[in-house]
Design a protein around this ligand. Structure first.
Ligand SMILES: [Zn+2]
Length: 474
C-alpha cells in the first residue's frame, strides 16, 4: 500500500532518472503473494528455469556446472526438483574465481559490489546491477507492508556494517536514503551504555520515525536499557524489525515491552537480500518463493524433507549479473511445508534457524562440537544480556558474559559452576572453562554481527580448513 508522498516521488524519480522498474516489481510481488501454493510453485519454476537458462548460457561457472550435471535448464519448468543434481556453490569458490561467476560482458561500472562478512573466515564480494537492486527493494517494501509500514515511512536503521554505513554517508546517496526512503541511521558499530542512552534519547526526539530496523542483539540491549534505568520511550513504535542475529523468545518479549509494538523477525543476507520474514501472526518466517528458492540439505548436499534440520542452499531468482544458484549461505535451519497462514500467504516457512554451518568448538581428539549444544547450556544462565564463546585452544574456552551486574561472577557462582560442569560433560574431556564479564562490548565482525564463537588467531588458522571441508562435497 502506498501511504506516503515519498514513494510516489521515489518511484517517479527512479523511473525518470534511472529507468527503474521497482514499482512494477513491487506490484508483481504484491499481487502474487496470496496465490495458492500450486500456482505459486508453477510461477517459481518459471522464474527458476529462466534464471538457470540465462546462467547456463552467459555465466562460465554455471555453464560448466549444468554441463557436468547433464541438466538442461528448460527441464526445470516441468521438473524443478531436478535442480538438486546441480553441485552447490560455496563462497570460497566464488571468492577464488569471481570472474567465472559474473555474466560475460558485465561492465564494472554497471554493478555494485556487496561484501559479505567474514564470520565463516571467507569474506566475499557479490555483484548486483540496477535490475537486481530494484528487485531487492521491491521485496523489502513487500515485507515491510506486512508490518503495516507503507513505503517511505521514516524509520531508524540501527546498523554497524562499516561498508553500509560508509555508503549511507556519501553525498547523493545520503540524500536519497534520508529524503526518499526516510531512513535515519544510528551507527551501532561500537556500542556502550552511554551510546544506548543516547540512541533512546534520539528515538524520543524524532517522533516522525515510526519503526526500527536492526540487529536483534543491539535492539535487545536498547530494550533492556530502556526498561532498566531508561530513558523510557515516550511513544509506542509501529514495529521493530530484527535481523542478522538469532532472536530468542525472551529477547522478543523484552523488545516488545520496551517499544510497545510487535517484533517482526526477518532473515536475509547482504548477498541474497530479504529471504524470509515473520508476519503479524509470528508463526515462523515465510520465505517468498517468487524472490528466493530455499532448500534444506544434509552435509553431503542431499535434499532433506520439510521438518528436517540441515544447511540452507539459496537461489536468488533475480540476480542475473552474478547469479547465486544453490548457494551455500552458511546458515542452518528447518523449513515447514507451504500451508496457508492466517495472513493469507501459502509460502514455505522457516520454523527454526539453528546456527551457522561453521559454528564449532574443536576438541583435542579431532572431533568437534556444535556451538548450539553449548548455547543450550548458556542460555539458561539467569540475568544475561548476551554471551560469546572464545576458543583459546583445544582444551580451553573463555566465555564472555554481557550483564548489567558488574559482580555477576560472584552473585551467580553456583549457576556458573553448574554450567561449567555441563560444558565439560558435553565435550567429553576436561575443558578449562573461564567466565568473564564484559561491559557489553562483545566482539563484532566487519559486518557488524556478533558471532556466537570466536577463535584465538593461531588456533583459527589451524582449524579453518577442517571446518570448510565439512561444508564441501567429498
Ligand atoms: Zn503469516
Amino acid at each position: 500500500m502506498i501511504t506516503h508522498w515519498r514513494p510516489l516521488a521515489y518511484f517517479a524519480l527512479k523511473r525518470v532518472l534511472k529507468g527503474s522498474r521497482v514499482h512494477a516489481y513491487y506490484r508483481y510481488l504484491h499481487s502474487n503473494q496470496f496465490l495458492p501454493a500450486d500456482a505459486q510453485h508453477a510461477e517459481q519454476s518459471e522464474l527458476l528455469a529462466q534464471l538457470c537458462a540465462d546462467a547456463a548460457r552467459d555465466v562460465p561457472a554455471y555453464r560448466a556446472r549444468f554441463r557436468e550435471a547433464g541438466l538442461d535448464p528448460s527441464r526445470l519448468r516441468i521438473d524443478p526438483a531436478a535442480l538438486a543434481r546441480l553441485r552447490p556453490v560455496f563462497r570460497e569458490e566464488i571468492r577464488d574465481d569471481q570472474a567465472a561467476y559474473l555474466r560475460a560482458g558485465t561492465k564494472p561500472d554497471d554493478v555494485e559490489l556487496i561484501s559479505t562478512g567474514g564470520t565463516g573466515g571467507s569474506p566475499l564480494s557479490v555483484a548486483r546491477d540496477a535490475y537486481a537492486k530494484d528487485w531487492w527493494l521491491a521485496e523489502n517494501f513487500l515485507l515491510n507492508g506486512w508490518a503495516g509500514l507503507g513505503i517511505g515511512v521514516p524509520y531508524f536503521f540501527l546498523w554497524g556494517a562499516s561498508e553500509d554505513i560508509a555508503r549511507t554517508q556519501a553525498g547523493l546517496r545520503r540524500l536519497n536514503l534520508a529524503l526518499l526512503h526516510g531512513r535515519k541511521t544510528l551507527n551501532a558499530s561500537r556500542m556502550s551504555s552511554l551510546k544506548e542512552a543516547q540512541f533512546l534519547d534520539e528515538l524520543n526526539r524524532t517522533p516522525r520515525c515510526h519503526y526500527i530496523y536492526g540487529y536483534a542483539n543491539e535492539l535487545h540491549n536498547l530494550a533492556v536499557r530502556s526498561l532498566q534505568g531508561g530513558p523510557h520511550l515516550l511513544r509506542p513504535l509501529k514495529a521493530v524489525i530484527t535481523t542478522a542475529e538469532p532472536l530468542t523468545e525472551a529477547m522478543r518479549a523484552t523488545i516488545e515491552r520496551a517499544f510497545q509494538c510487535t517484533v517482526y523477525n526477518r532473515y536475509g543476507s547482504r548477498e541474497a537480500g530479504d529471504i524470509a520474514s515473520e508476519c503479524r501472526h509470528q508463526r515462523g518466517l515465510h520465505v517468498n518463493p517468487l524472490f528466493t528458492q530455499l532448500e534444506v540439505v544434509d552435509d553431503l548436499a542431499q535434499p532433506l524433507g520439510y521438518g528436517q534440520e540441515g544447511q540452507f542452499l539459496v537461489t536468488n531468482l533475480h540476480n542475473r549479473v552474478m547469479p547465486l544458484i544453490r548457494y551455500a549461505i552458511g546458515d542452518r535451519g528447518v523449513l515447514r511445508a507451504p500451508e496457508r497462514c492466517s495472513c493469507g500467504v501459502s509460502w514455505p516457512t522457516i520454523v527454526a534457524l539453528t546456527g551457522r554451518v561453521n559454528d564449532w568448538v574443536f576438541l583435542s581428539d579431532g572431533s568437534r562440537l556444535r556451538c548450539s549444544a553449548l548455547e543450550s547450556v548458556l542460555v539458561k544462565l539467569p540475568a544475561l544480556k548476551r554471551f560469546q564463546i572464545h576458543q583459546v585452544d583445544e582444551t580451553s574456552l573463555r566465555i564472555r558474559l554481557s550483564s548489567l551486574d558488574p559482580n555477576y561472577l560472584t552473585h551467580r557462582s553456583r549457576e556458573l559452576a553448574e554450567a561449567r560442569h555441563k560444558l565439560n560433560m558435553l565435550s567429553g574431556a576436561p575443558f578449562d572453562v573461564q567466565f568473564e564479564v564484559s561491559d557489553g562490548a562483545l566482539y563484532k565482525t566487519e559486518a557488524g554481527k556478533q558471532p556466537l564463537i570466536t577463535y584465538a588467531s593461531n588456533f583459527k588458522r589451524a582449524h579453518a580448513y577442517r571446518a570448510d571441508m565439512h561444508t564441501r562435497l567429498p
